[in-house]
Design a protein around this ligand. Structure first.
Ligand code: SAM
Length: 214
C-alpha cells in the first residue's frame, strides 16, 4: 500500500473514542469495552476499513475490531465510521507482531486477514500474517472453534499460506483459487483491495483454517 503522511492523523486518532493505541491494558476485558458478551471478530491489517465497517453494519450482534499499523491509513477507516451510530466496532493502532499481548485466551471468535502484505523476500517470511509464527500467535487467543479466513490475489503468498497452515498444525476447512467463481462467494463482502484486483481480472484466492482439539 502506498502510504501518504496524512497531516494530523495521530491527533485525529488520539481524539477518537473508537480507537485504542496498542491496547494491552484491555487484554481479557474486551467484552467490557463493548459492554456486552457478543462474539468478537477481528481484521488484522484492515487498511481503510471498508470490509470491517460493512460487516459491523450487517451484524450488530457481533463486535468488530479493526487492527492497523499506520495512523495515516486508520484515519480513513474513522472517516467511514463518522455517521455510524452502532457501538459494535473499535480500532486498534498497532503492529500485529504483538497481537497475542492484546487478547486473552479464547477472547476472539474469528480472524480475518485480507490482502495481507506479501513480504516477498524469504528472509521476511516471518512477517507475513499467514506465517506459522503468526498462526502460533492466533492460537493463543482464538476460541477453539474459531476460524482464520484469508483472502488474497497473490498466488505465491496464497501457496505459502496453505503450507503454513499445515506446518502450524492447523487444518484447512476449505480453500479456493477463484473465490468469485466458487460456491463460497455467497455472502462474500469485498474489501478495498479485492475490488481493485477483481476489476483488473485477478482471481481471488481464499482459505479458511481451524485447529482440531483433542
Ligand atoms: N485489508 C485491506 C483490504 O483488503 O483492502 C487492506 C490491505 S493492505 C494491502 C494491507 C494493510 O495491512 C495495510 O494497511 C498495512 O498497513 C496493514 N498491515 C500490514 N502489516 C501489518 C501489521 N504487522 N500490523 C498491522 N497492520 C498491518
Amino acid at each position: 500500500m502506498r502510504l501518504r503522511n496524512v497531516k494530523g492523523s495521530r491527533e485525529t486518532i488520539a481524539a477518537n473514542d473508537r480507537v485504542i493505541e496498542i491496547g494491552t491494558e484491555y487484554k481479557g476485558r474486551w467484552h467490557e469495552v463493548f459492554g456486552n458478551d457478543h462474539p468478537i471478530h477481528i481484521e488484522v491489517g484492515m487498511g481503510k476499513g471498508k470490509f470491517i465497517m460493512a460487516l459491523a453494519k450487517m451484524h450488530p450482534e457481533i463486535n468488530y475490531i479493526g487492527i492497523e499499523k499506520y495512523s495515516s491509513v486508520l484515519v480513513r477507516a474513522l472517516e467511514k465510521c463518522e455517521d455510524y451510530e452502532g457501538s459494535n466496532i473499535m480500532f486498534i493502532r498497532m503492529d500485529a507482531e504483538v497481537i497475542a499481548d492484546v487478547f486473552e485466551k479464547d477472547e476472539i471468535s474469528q480472524i480475518y486477514l485480507n490482502f495481507s502484505d506479501p513480504w516477498p523476500k524469504d528472509r521476511h517470511a516471518k512477517r507475513r500474517l499467514t506465517s506459522k509464527e503468526f498462526f502460533a500467535r492466533y492460537d493463543r487467543f482464538l476460541k477453539p472453534d474459531g476460524r482464520v479466513t484469508f483472502k488474497t490475489d497473490n498466488r505465491p503468498l496464497f501457496d505459502f499460506s496453505l503450507e503454513q497452515v499445515t506446518l502450524a498444525g492447523w487444518k484447512l476447512e476449505n480453500y479456493t483459487y477463484d473465490l468469485h467463481h466458487s460456491p463460497y462467494v455467497e455472502g462474500n463482502v469485498m474489501t478495498e483491495y479485492e475490488e481493485k484486483f477483481t476489476a483488473k481480472g485477478n482471481p481471488i484466492c481464499r482459505l479458511v483454517a481451524y485447529r482440531e482439539r483433542p
